[in-house]
Write a protein of this length. Structure first.
Length: 113
């Protein structure tokens, strides 16, 4: 396992802050300015951070660890489809059959609009 970096300033946040205040600054200029402030980063690292922000829409790191894409409910693999069918079968059994379960769902749909 890789060693954890020593605790210190958040370099990516420092890069984003500097870029927000100096929009025309390039990676070399940002790296030099941050080095003067005691944050040592390479121009390549600056470029990577800015590129990732641009690719993600300028939001920086995403909170919660989820990647962008389809919502989890829409991602249905074979195992997930089978489990949903099993749940639907259990529900229809509780309602006394498929027709009664369908009627209950239609009533719910009308209530929820």
């Amino acid at each position: 396992m890789a060693k954890k970096a020593a605790a210190g300033p958040n370099k990516s946040a420092a890069i984003r802050d500097y870029k927000s205040k100096h929009a025309a600054a390039g990676p070399k200029e940002i790296a030099a300015a941050l080095a003067d402030g005691g944050v040592k980063v390479s121009a390549g690292f600056v470029s990577t951070v800015l590129s990732n922000d641009k690719r993600r829409g300028g939001k920086g790191r995403r909170k919660g660890g989820r990647r962008p894409g389809r919502p989890a409910a829409q991602k249905m693999g074979r195992g997930d489809a089978l489990s949903k069918l099993v749940l639907a079968k259990k529900m229809s059994d509780k309602f006394g059959g498929v027709e009664q379960a369908r009627a209950a769902l239609n009533a719910l749909a009308q209530i929820l609009g």
